[in-house]
Design a protein around this ligand. Structure first.
Ligand code: ADP
Ligand code: MG
Ligand code: MG
Length: 511
């Protein structure tokens, strides 16, 4: 069915081959000219609109107000960014294939263990996740045999245009805590409003962004399939203490209530360890008030910081043993690691999980250069040795990535040069890293608004496409593209996280 929907789409349609080069700033494309005096009133309107409509993040550091309830507009771009329509559509259309790929990879636990084993030796966090996977395998097998397992995926596949090659390349695929979906839908609404204010902009060029509906709907579908709703079943959102991006999450909670009359309970892994009880026979987890849990939706758990003691790991294992849908399972989380991304790019690996060559051919077009840094591969794979030598000679053309999520973890430039020393010294610890071709997107000029202040900057943008997936036993109940996110950062910064303070929220203006 998916293939039927994307039939006729060639991976690189002829008319868009060179659009990374013609891609240019909004001003040049639309003739928009705000003028210096025109900007400030628009910035004020954008900030007021954001506060009025919940496009906000928590305001930290003010001791006079309860920090959980004080808010400020999210970091944002005043106007949308020009984006090639054909690339955008293609990214939307392949999202169900990426969802299926994650599901297939996660189901092959021997593959996950084999691929991540060496990385896990030098990365304790990946090692712990693998240990949880291993320890819970028999429970999962029983559920699978009984056809009771409900799988819920909420993914975001991230892309950048690569100007030198004219390609459109995947940065990574997030399988845990894919954030900013809801604020991004509000960004689309804000930019639609801005387009109504700026006459040279056409609001029809801002694509629909259904995250506010799709993400709660996917969670509700999984909750219903689990079947504890009649008993007062709830969704547990697994959160970090003091989360600054809580409002993005609260939009999902509101959607779950308003669209599905499903209640959400926010808990840290520590809270779950302290109060949740697992019935070993039925697999049902109940909270202190007796409510059974239908879904555990993680907006935490992707960094070692979220597991300060053994209690948090025990909570993770309890969740994994339960009959609730988990978004993600440990297997889904591991399927989203950088190491698996790199391994899938190797010859024949993607094809094992997507046997139809039309599917795998389509996805391969998005793969950037990715290389293992496992010393075993360095000696056996001439491609790896050549890439490492080139990275030492031209570090600016590569990114070195550990098995981490959340932004701010990658290494660039000089750190890559240090590769040589590390490899010379045996380099075993580099098994926990991968080497990636640096994608070089075309630059724009944007007006960035943070804390009510604006600045104009040379910028780069990263597109994310959300995917939602629900499977009950063998029946796929949902597999869709579910909206998008554009993050824009100054050209001079390496990383692009909004939460990490590097980027602002933006939206695409299709041309
Ligand atoms: P994380 O899981 O921490 O978000 P990413 O792989 O997305 O890790 O890297 C974080 C950021 O670093 C990206 O948002 C992007 O701005 C930048 N980045 C990552 N990989 C590349 C690459 N190959 N080329 C250029 N920039 C990259
Ligand atoms: Mg990530
Ligand atoms: Mg990322």
């Amino acid at each position: 069915k998916i293939r039927q929907r994307i039939a006729g789409i060639s991976p690189r349609p002829r008319n868009i081959v060179n659009d990374c080069r013609i891609y240019t700033c909004l001003k040049a494309t639309t003739g928009m000219d705000l003028g210096k005096e025109g900007i400030m009133p628009l910035v004020e309107d954008a900030v007021v609109w954001s506060n009025q409509h919940g496009l906000v993040v928590a305001l930290k550091g003010d001791e006079f107000v309860n920090p959980d309830f004080a808010v400020i507009h999210a970091p944002l771009s005043l106007t949308p960014v020009v984006y090639p329509r054909a690339r955008f559509k293609l990214a939307q259309q392949v999202m169900p294939l990426f969802n299926r790929l994650v599901d297939a990879v996660a189901a092959d636990e021997d593959y996950l263990e084999g691929t991540l084993r060496h990385a896990a030796q030098y990365d304790g966090f990946t090692g712990r996740l693998l240990a949880v996977l291993h320890a819970t395998r028999s429970t999962r097998d029983e559920m699978r045999v009984a056809g009771r397992n409900v799988v819920l995926g909420i993914h975001r596949s991230d892309y950048m245009l690569d100007q030198p090659s004219g390609k459109f390349l995947q940065v990574e695929l997030n399988t845990i805590a894919s954030s900013f979906g809801c604020l991004s839908a509000l960004m689309t609404r804000l930019h639609t409003y801005m387009a109504s204010r700026i006459t040279s902009l056409d609001p029809a060029r801002l694509p629909a962004n259904p995250t506010l509906e799709h993400i709660p709907d996917a969670i509700a579908t999984a909750a219903t399939a689990v079947g504890l709703r009649e008993q007062g079943g709830v969704v547990v959102m697994v959160v970090q203490p003091g989360e600054r991006n809580a409002y993005d999450q609260q939009w999902i909670q509101l959607g779950l209530w308003e669209r599905h009359r499903l209640r959400t309970v926010r808990m840290t892994l520590g809270d779950i360890a302290a109060s949740a009880k697992l019935d070993e026979t039925t697999g049902t987890v109940t909270l202190a008030n007796g409510a059974p849990v239908c879904v555990f939706y993680f907006r935490a758990g992707y960094t070692p910081v979220d597991y300060p003691t053994e209690a948090e790991w025990a909570a993770r294992e309890l969740i994994e043993r339960s009959n609730a849908a988990k978004c993600p399972t440990v297997a889904y989380q591991l399927a989203g690691t950088k190491k698996v991304q790199q391994d899938l790019a190797g010859p024949g690996v993607l094809e094992r999980f997507l046997p139809d060559s039309r599917d795998s051919g389509l996805l391969r077009e998005f793969f950037a250069g990715l290389w293992s840094l496992d010393p075993r591969d360095l000696t056996t794979d001439p491609g790896v040795a050549a890439a490492v030598a080139d990275a030492v000679a031209r570090p600016e053309a590569y990114v070195l990535k550990p098995q981490r999520e959340g932004g701010g973890n990658n290494l660039y430039g000089r750190s890559i040069v240090e590769l040589r020393a590390a490899l010379a010294a045996g380099g075993e610890q580099l098994s926990a890293y991968i080497l990636m071709q640096r994608i070089l997107p075309p630059s724009n000029r944007s007006i960035l608004v943070r804390n009510g202040q604006w600045s104009e900057a040379e910028t780069l943008s990263e597109l994310g496409i959300y995917g939602t997936f629900v499977r009950h036993g063998d029946a796929v109940l949902r597999n869709q593209q579910s909206g998008h996110l554009v993050r824009t950062k100054t050209s001079s910064s390496n990383e692009g996280g909004v939460a990490a303070g590097f980027a602002v929220l933006d939206s695409p203006y299709l041309v």
